[in-house]
Design a protein around this ligand. Structure first.
Ligand code: TYC
Length: 115
């Protein structure tokens, strides 16, 4: 207590800062009938740094189920990766589609690959 505070009531306000978890976004890969399987695998390896086995597994999942999650990222990263996929597909003239959607809040991850 300083000399100035002698005899006075000193009130201190504490502000509690709660950190919000940053929102995350799924990058979804969509099936089509024209993009070659090898091309999808190469794009997944390049853009999402997947090994060949993981990229092949995801490509087959998308081929069989129509859609799959290539990765989950903060918004700017998700948008950039989706744009990289689209740019590679456009350059090669394939209709490969990629989209971004918000990840649900909460801890409901089941380790699956459904969006
Ligand atoms: N269905 C495509 C084929 O048979 C392969 C493919 C897989 C295309 C995944 C897109 O996101 C995709 N050539």
């Amino acid at each position: 207590m300083s000399e100035q505070d002698q005899g006075k009531v000193v009130t201190k306000t504490q502000k509690r800062t709660r950190l919000k978890r940053p929102r995350l976004f799924k990058v979804l890969l969509h099936n089509d009938d024209y993009t070659p399987r090898d091309f999808v695998v190469l794009v997944l390896q390049h853009v999402f740094a997947m090994g060949e086995a993981e990229a092949t597994r995801l490509m087959l999942h998308v081929h069989n189920h129509g859609v799959g999650v290539a990765g989950i990222f903060p918004f700017a990263v998700a948008e950039t990766k989706a744009a990289e996929v689209k740019a590679a597909a456009e350059k090669a003239n394939f209709p490969l589609m990629c989209s971004v959607e918000p990840e649900q809040d909460g801890d409901e991850s089941d380790g699956g690959n459904e969006p």
